[in-house]
Design a protein around this ligand. Structure first.
Ligand SMILES: *Cc1c(COP(=O)(O)O)cnc(C)c1O
Length: 372
Protein backbone atom coordinates (compact mmCIF):
# COMPACT_ATOMS: atom_id res chain seq x y z
CA UNK A 1 0.00 0.00 0.00
CA UNK A 2 2.73 2.48 1.00
CA UNK A 3 4.44 2.62 -2.40
CA UNK A 4 1.31 3.68 -4.20
CA UNK A 5 -0.45 5.47 -1.34
CA UNK A 6 -1.97 8.82 -2.25
CA UNK A 7 -2.19 11.03 0.85
CA UNK A 8 -4.76 13.87 0.92
CA UNK A 9 -1.90 16.37 1.15
CA UNK A 10 1.86 16.29 0.66
CA UNK A 11 4.19 19.31 0.73
CA UNK A 12 6.37 19.98 -2.34
CA UNK A 13 9.97 20.40 -1.15
CA UNK A 14 12.67 20.41 -3.85
CA UNK A 15 16.27 19.24 -3.51
CA UNK A 16 17.50 22.83 -3.86
CA UNK A 17 15.43 23.77 -0.82
CA UNK A 18 16.96 20.90 1.13
CA UNK A 19 20.43 22.11 0.07
CA UNK A 20 19.48 25.68 1.04
CA UNK A 21 18.39 24.51 4.49
CA UNK A 22 21.72 22.69 4.90
CA UNK A 23 23.51 25.94 4.08
CA UNK A 24 21.53 27.76 6.77
CA UNK A 25 22.27 25.01 9.29
CA UNK A 26 26.00 25.34 8.51
CA UNK A 27 25.94 29.13 8.60
CA UNK A 28 26.07 29.51 12.37
CA UNK A 29 22.82 31.56 12.45
CA UNK A 30 19.70 29.38 12.55
CA UNK A 31 17.03 31.38 14.39
CA UNK A 32 15.50 34.71 13.21
CA UNK A 33 18.16 36.47 11.14
CA UNK A 34 19.00 37.23 7.52
CA UNK A 35 16.70 34.55 6.06
CA UNK A 36 13.69 35.87 8.00
CA UNK A 37 14.49 39.43 6.88
CA UNK A 38 14.75 38.30 3.24
CA UNK A 39 11.58 36.18 3.44
CA UNK A 40 9.61 39.07 4.96
CA UNK A 41 10.82 41.40 2.22
CA UNK A 42 9.92 38.96 -0.58
CA UNK A 43 6.59 38.11 1.01
CA UNK A 44 5.79 41.81 1.36
CA UNK A 45 6.55 42.37 -2.31
CA UNK A 46 4.40 39.41 -3.30
CA UNK A 47 1.39 40.28 -1.13
CA UNK A 48 1.68 44.03 -1.58
CA UNK A 49 2.08 45.15 2.04
CA UNK A 50 4.77 44.84 4.75
CA UNK A 51 4.67 41.43 6.44
CA UNK A 52 5.65 40.22 9.90
CA UNK A 53 6.45 36.51 10.08
CA UNK A 54 5.36 34.45 13.08
CA UNK A 55 6.16 30.88 14.09
CA UNK A 56 2.52 29.96 13.42
CA UNK A 57 -0.71 31.58 12.31
CA UNK A 58 -2.42 30.72 15.57
CA UNK A 59 0.00 33.08 17.34
CA UNK A 60 -0.41 35.74 14.67
CA UNK A 61 -4.21 35.56 14.94
CA UNK A 62 -4.20 35.69 18.74
CA UNK A 63 -1.79 38.63 18.82
CA UNK A 64 -3.80 40.41 16.10
CA UNK A 65 -6.83 40.41 18.41
CA UNK A 66 -4.65 41.52 21.33
CA UNK A 67 -2.99 44.27 19.26
CA UNK A 68 -6.47 45.57 18.43
CA UNK A 69 -7.32 45.66 22.14
CA UNK A 70 -9.93 42.89 21.92
CA UNK A 71 -10.43 41.28 25.32
CA UNK A 72 -12.90 40.41 28.09
CA UNK A 73 -16.43 41.71 27.48
CA UNK A 74 -15.91 41.89 23.72
CA UNK A 75 -17.60 39.71 21.10
CA UNK A 76 -15.83 38.46 17.98
CA UNK A 77 -17.81 37.05 15.05
CA UNK A 78 -16.38 33.76 13.74
CA UNK A 79 -17.69 31.48 10.97
CA UNK A 80 -19.05 28.19 12.31
CA UNK A 81 -17.10 26.34 9.57
CA UNK A 82 -13.38 26.81 10.20
CA UNK A 83 -10.42 25.21 11.93
CA UNK A 84 -10.44 25.36 15.73
CA UNK A 85 -7.64 27.97 15.78
CA UNK A 86 -10.00 30.75 14.64
CA UNK A 87 -12.20 29.95 17.63
CA UNK A 88 -9.52 29.29 20.23
CA UNK A 89 -7.71 32.60 19.79
CA UNK A 90 -10.91 34.46 20.68
CA UNK A 91 -11.20 32.48 23.92
CA UNK A 92 -7.48 32.95 24.57
CA UNK A 93 -7.74 36.76 24.64
CA UNK A 94 -10.73 36.48 26.98
CA UNK A 95 -13.34 37.58 24.43
CA UNK A 96 -16.54 35.75 23.46
CA UNK A 97 -16.79 34.05 20.07
CA UNK A 98 -20.13 34.53 18.30
CA UNK A 99 -20.61 31.81 15.70
CA UNK A 100 -22.32 32.62 12.40
CA UNK A 101 -23.49 30.12 9.78
CA UNK A 102 -21.77 29.99 6.38
CA UNK A 103 -23.03 29.64 2.82
CA UNK A 104 -23.33 25.96 1.90
CA UNK A 105 -21.58 26.19 -1.49
CA UNK A 106 -18.73 28.61 -0.63
CA UNK A 107 -18.37 27.61 3.07
CA UNK A 108 -17.80 31.33 3.66
CA UNK A 109 -19.38 34.05 5.78
CA UNK A 110 -21.51 36.68 4.11
CA UNK A 111 -22.20 40.26 5.18
CA UNK A 112 -25.91 39.66 5.84
CA UNK A 113 -25.18 36.85 8.29
CA UNK A 114 -22.54 38.93 10.02
CA UNK A 115 -24.80 41.98 10.26
CA UNK A 116 -27.54 39.94 11.96
CA UNK A 117 -25.06 38.84 14.65
CA UNK A 118 -23.75 42.31 15.57
CA UNK A 119 -24.50 43.53 19.09
CA UNK A 120 -23.20 46.56 21.00
CA UNK A 121 -20.40 44.33 22.30
CA UNK A 122 -19.15 43.23 18.87
CA UNK A 123 -15.59 44.41 18.29
CA UNK A 124 -14.26 42.31 15.41
CA UNK A 125 -15.10 39.84 12.65
CA UNK A 126 -12.82 36.98 11.56
CA UNK A 127 -13.70 35.92 8.01
CA UNK A 128 -11.98 32.73 6.79
CA UNK A 129 -11.27 32.28 3.07
CA UNK A 130 -12.24 28.63 3.17
CA UNK A 131 -10.12 26.35 0.95
CA UNK A 132 -8.64 29.45 -0.71
CA UNK A 133 -11.92 30.83 -2.06
CA UNK A 134 -12.07 34.54 -1.19
CA UNK A 135 -14.85 35.76 1.07
CA UNK A 136 -16.87 38.52 -0.62
CA UNK A 137 -14.88 41.20 1.25
CA UNK A 138 -16.28 44.47 -0.17
CA UNK A 139 -19.69 44.28 1.58
CA UNK A 140 -18.02 43.00 4.74
CA UNK A 141 -15.46 45.83 4.81
CA UNK A 142 -18.24 48.36 4.16
CA UNK A 143 -20.29 46.89 7.00
CA UNK A 144 -17.29 46.99 9.34
CA UNK A 145 -16.56 50.62 8.46
CA UNK A 146 -20.20 51.60 9.00
CA UNK A 147 -20.43 49.80 12.37
CA UNK A 148 -16.95 50.58 13.68
CA UNK A 149 -15.74 46.95 13.69
CA UNK A 150 -12.25 45.59 13.08
CA UNK A 151 -11.70 42.76 10.62
CA UNK A 152 -9.06 40.09 11.24
CA UNK A 153 -8.96 37.92 8.11
CA UNK A 154 -7.93 34.33 8.72
CA UNK A 155 -6.22 33.81 5.37
CA UNK A 156 -4.60 30.52 6.42
CA UNK A 157 -5.83 28.90 3.17
CA UNK A 158 -5.45 31.93 0.98
CA UNK A 159 -1.83 32.78 0.18
CA UNK A 160 -2.03 33.58 -3.55
CA UNK A 161 -5.83 33.95 -3.55
CA UNK A 162 -7.14 37.02 -5.34
CA UNK A 163 -10.43 38.84 -4.79
CA UNK A 164 -11.63 40.92 -7.75
CA UNK A 165 -8.06 40.84 -9.05
CA UNK A 166 -6.48 41.97 -5.77
CA UNK A 167 -4.31 39.62 -3.68
CA UNK A 168 -5.70 38.70 -0.29
CA UNK A 169 -3.45 40.57 2.14
CA UNK A 170 -2.88 43.53 -0.18
CA UNK A 171 -5.94 45.27 1.31
CA UNK A 172 -8.12 44.93 4.40
CA UNK A 173 -7.67 45.70 8.08
CA UNK A 174 -5.50 42.89 9.54
CA UNK A 175 -4.75 39.75 7.51
CA UNK A 176 -2.99 36.62 8.74
CA UNK A 177 -1.57 33.68 6.71
CA UNK A 178 -0.49 30.19 7.78
CA UNK A 179 2.56 28.34 6.49
CA UNK A 180 1.81 25.08 8.29
CA UNK A 181 3.04 21.91 6.56
CA UNK A 182 -0.31 21.34 4.83
CA UNK A 183 -0.80 24.87 3.51
CA UNK A 184 -0.18 26.11 -0.06
CA UNK A 185 3.11 27.66 1.08
CA UNK A 186 4.91 25.93 3.94
CA UNK A 187 7.75 26.81 6.30
CA UNK A 188 7.03 23.54 8.23
CA UNK A 189 5.33 25.64 10.90
CA UNK A 190 4.89 29.35 10.33
CA UNK A 191 2.65 32.28 9.63
CA UNK A 192 2.65 35.95 8.78
CA UNK A 193 0.47 38.98 9.37
CA UNK A 194 -0.01 42.31 7.66
CA UNK A 195 -1.91 45.53 8.30
CA UNK A 196 -1.79 49.13 7.17
CA UNK A 197 -2.47 50.32 10.74
CA UNK A 198 1.03 51.35 11.84
CA UNK A 199 0.27 51.24 15.56
CA UNK A 200 -1.13 47.74 15.27
CA UNK A 201 1.85 46.67 13.13
CA UNK A 202 4.28 47.94 15.77
CA UNK A 203 2.32 46.19 18.54
CA UNK A 204 2.35 42.96 16.53
CA UNK A 205 6.12 43.28 16.25
CA UNK A 206 6.47 43.75 20.03
CA UNK A 207 3.98 40.98 20.84
CA UNK A 208 5.98 38.63 18.63
CA UNK A 209 9.11 38.87 20.76
CA UNK A 210 8.90 39.40 24.54
CA UNK A 211 7.39 42.90 24.24
CA UNK A 212 10.84 44.23 23.41
CA UNK A 213 11.82 47.47 21.75
CA UNK A 214 15.46 48.18 20.87
CA UNK A 215 17.15 51.13 22.53
CA UNK A 216 19.76 53.44 21.00
CA UNK A 217 22.45 52.24 23.43
CA UNK A 218 22.16 48.70 22.02
CA UNK A 219 20.14 47.32 24.93
CA UNK A 220 16.37 46.94 25.06
CA UNK A 221 13.26 47.88 26.96
CA UNK A 222 10.15 45.76 27.54
CA UNK A 223 6.99 47.76 26.93
CA UNK A 224 4.35 45.06 27.43
CA UNK A 225 4.15 41.50 28.72
CA UNK A 226 4.41 39.27 25.68
CA UNK A 227 4.95 35.79 24.35
CA UNK A 228 7.53 34.57 21.82
CA UNK A 229 6.42 33.79 18.29
CA UNK A 230 9.38 34.47 15.99
CA UNK A 231 10.20 32.32 12.95
CA UNK A 232 13.55 30.55 12.52
CA UNK A 233 15.92 31.18 9.61
CA UNK A 234 15.62 27.49 8.68
CA UNK A 235 11.87 27.91 8.20
CA UNK A 236 12.29 31.22 6.37
CA UNK A 237 14.77 29.63 3.96
CA UNK A 238 12.16 27.01 3.06
CA UNK A 239 9.53 29.74 2.74
CA UNK A 240 11.61 31.73 0.24
CA UNK A 241 11.72 28.81 -2.21
CA UNK A 242 8.06 28.03 -1.54
CA UNK A 243 7.12 31.61 -2.35
CA UNK A 244 9.04 31.55 -5.63
CA UNK A 245 7.09 28.44 -6.67
CA UNK A 246 3.73 29.49 -5.25
CA UNK A 247 1.93 30.86 -8.30
CA UNK A 248 2.88 27.87 -10.46
CA UNK A 249 1.82 25.45 -7.73
CA UNK A 250 -1.47 27.24 -7.17
CA UNK A 251 -2.09 27.11 -10.93
CA UNK A 252 -1.50 23.35 -10.82
CA UNK A 253 -3.94 23.05 -7.89
CA UNK A 254 -6.51 24.88 -10.01
CA UNK A 255 -6.04 22.44 -12.91
CA UNK A 256 -6.43 19.46 -10.62
CA UNK A 257 -9.54 20.95 -9.02
CA UNK A 258 -11.07 21.51 -12.44
CA UNK A 259 -10.33 17.89 -13.30
CA UNK A 260 -12.21 16.86 -10.13
CA UNK A 261 -15.24 18.84 -11.31
CA UNK A 262 -15.18 16.89 -14.58
CA UNK A 263 -14.79 13.42 -13.11
CA UNK A 264 -17.22 13.92 -10.20
CA UNK A 265 -19.87 15.79 -12.19
CA UNK A 266 -23.39 14.49 -11.59
CA UNK A 267 -22.46 11.95 -8.90
CA UNK A 268 -25.67 11.47 -6.93
CA UNK A 269 -25.65 12.53 -3.27
CA UNK A 270 -22.29 14.29 -3.65
CA UNK A 271 -22.29 18.12 -3.48
CA UNK A 272 -19.21 19.66 -5.05
CA UNK A 273 -17.74 22.89 -3.65
CA UNK A 274 -18.25 26.30 -5.29
CA UNK A 275 -15.99 26.66 -8.33
CA UNK A 276 -15.03 30.28 -7.70
CA UNK A 277 -12.96 32.03 -10.33
CA UNK A 278 -9.28 32.16 -11.35
CA UNK A 279 -8.46 33.78 -8.00
CA UNK A 280 -9.27 30.56 -6.09
CA UNK A 281 -6.05 29.11 -4.55
CA UNK A 282 -7.55 25.61 -4.12
CA UNK A 283 -5.98 24.81 -0.77
CA UNK A 284 -8.34 21.81 -0.53
CA UNK A 285 -10.99 19.99 -2.52
CA UNK A 286 -13.73 19.05 -0.06
CA UNK A 287 -17.03 17.48 -1.13
CA UNK A 288 -20.18 16.93 0.92
CA UNK A 289 -21.55 13.39 0.76
CA UNK A 290 -25.04 12.20 1.72
CA UNK A 291 -23.72 9.01 3.36
CA UNK A 292 -27.16 7.64 4.41
CA UNK A 293 -28.24 7.84 0.74
CA UNK A 294 -25.63 5.13 0.11
CA UNK A 295 -26.40 3.28 3.33
CA UNK A 296 -23.02 4.13 4.81
CA UNK A 297 -21.24 6.67 7.00
CA UNK A 298 -18.11 8.81 6.73
CA UNK A 299 -15.94 6.54 8.84
CA UNK A 300 -16.67 3.52 6.64
CA UNK A 301 -16.08 5.52 3.43
CA UNK A 302 -12.74 6.82 4.74
CA UNK A 303 -11.64 3.33 5.74
CA UNK A 304 -12.61 1.89 2.35
CA UNK A 305 -10.73 4.69 0.58
CA UNK A 306 -7.72 4.05 2.80
CA UNK A 307 -7.83 0.37 1.82
CA UNK A 308 -7.69 1.47 -1.81
CA UNK A 309 -4.58 3.51 -1.03
CA UNK A 310 -6.22 6.92 -0.84
CA UNK A 311 -6.03 9.27 2.12
CA UNK A 312 -8.90 11.64 2.96
CA UNK A 313 -9.46 14.36 5.56
CA UNK A 314 -12.26 16.05 7.50
CA UNK A 315 -12.05 19.86 7.30
CA UNK A 316 -13.75 20.55 9.56
CA UNK A 317 -16.24 19.57 12.21
CA UNK A 318 -18.43 22.67 12.61
CA UNK A 319 -17.38 24.70 15.65
CA UNK A 320 -20.81 24.31 17.30
CA UNK A 321 -20.24 20.53 17.26
CA UNK A 322 -17.16 20.89 19.50
CA UNK A 323 -17.45 20.42 23.26
CA UNK A 324 -16.18 23.95 24.06
CA UNK A 325 -19.04 25.44 22.01
CA UNK A 326 -21.72 22.95 23.02
CA UNK A 327 -20.94 23.70 26.66
CA UNK A 328 -21.40 27.39 25.85
CA UNK A 329 -24.89 26.61 24.52
CA UNK A 330 -24.44 26.38 20.73
CA UNK A 331 -27.15 24.28 19.01
CA UNK A 332 -27.12 22.66 15.56
CA UNK A 333 -30.41 24.34 14.48
CA UNK A 334 -28.68 27.73 14.55
CA UNK A 335 -26.21 26.66 11.85
CA UNK A 336 -27.95 24.42 9.29
CA UNK A 337 -25.32 24.85 6.54
CA UNK A 338 -22.23 24.42 8.69
CA UNK A 339 -23.92 21.56 10.52
CA UNK A 340 -24.47 19.72 7.24
CA UNK A 341 -20.92 20.49 6.04
CA UNK A 342 -19.47 19.31 9.35
CA UNK A 343 -21.33 16.00 9.11
CA UNK A 344 -20.83 15.41 5.37
CA UNK A 345 -17.50 16.97 4.40
CA UNK A 346 -14.73 14.79 3.00
CA UNK A 347 -11.43 16.24 1.80
CA UNK A 348 -10.05 14.47 -1.28
CA UNK A 349 -6.35 14.46 -2.19
CA UNK A 350 -5.14 17.72 -3.73
CA UNK A 351 -1.53 18.86 -3.90
CA UNK A 352 0.59 20.22 -6.75
CA UNK A 353 2.69 17.08 -7.36
CA UNK A 354 -0.40 14.97 -8.13
CA UNK A 355 -0.99 13.69 -11.64
CA UNK A 356 -4.28 14.01 -13.52
CA UNK A 357 -4.46 10.21 -13.33
CA UNK A 358 -4.44 10.47 -9.52
CA UNK A 359 -7.63 12.54 -9.68
CA UNK A 360 -9.20 9.90 -11.90
CA UNK A 361 -8.11 7.18 -9.49
CA UNK A 362 -9.70 9.04 -6.56
CA UNK A 363 -12.97 9.50 -8.46
CA UNK A 364 -13.13 5.84 -9.48
CA UNK A 365 -12.38 4.70 -5.95
CA UNK A 366 -15.01 7.02 -4.47
CA UNK A 367 -17.66 5.79 -6.92
CA UNK A 368 -16.78 2.17 -6.24
CA UNK A 369 -16.82 2.70 -2.48
CA UNK A 370 -20.17 4.52 -2.52
CA UNK A 371 -21.83 2.01 -4.84
CA UNK A 372 -20.13 -1.00 -3.24
C1 LIG B 1 -4.05 26.05 9.59
C2 LIG B 1 -5.08 27.02 10.04
C3 LIG B 1 -4.86 27.90 11.09
C4 LIG B 1 -3.68 27.83 12.00
O1 LIG B 1 -2.48 27.88 11.37
P1 LIG B 1 -1.14 27.46 12.15
O2 LIG B 1 -0.06 28.07 11.32
O3 LIG B 1 -1.10 25.96 12.14
O4 LIG B 1 -1.20 28.00 13.51
C5 LIG B 1 -5.82 28.84 11.38
N1 LIG B 1 -6.97 28.90 10.68
C6 LIG B 1 -7.23 28.05 9.68
C7 LIG B 1 -8.52 28.18 8.94
C8 LIG B 1 -6.31 27.07 9.33
O5 LIG B 1 -6.58 26.21 8.35
Amino acid sequence: MSENFLPFVRPSIGEDTIAGVADVLRSGWITSGPQVAAFEKELGEYVGRPMLTYCHATGALEESLRALGVGPGDEVIVPDMTFAATLNVVFRVGATPVLVDVDFATRNLDAAGVEAAITERTRAVMPVHYAGLAVDMDPLNELAAARGLRIVEDAAHAIGTTYKGRRIGSFGDVVSFSFHANKNLTTIEGGAVTTTDEEVFERLRQLRFHGQVKLDDGSYDVVMPANKYNMSDVSARIGRDQLAALDARNARRRELAHRYFEVLDGLEGVALPAKGDEGHAWHMFAVCIDYPHYGTDRKAVREAMQERGIGTGVHYPALHQLTVCREAGARAEQFPNADRIGRQTLTLPLFPDMQDSDVERVAEALKAVLHG
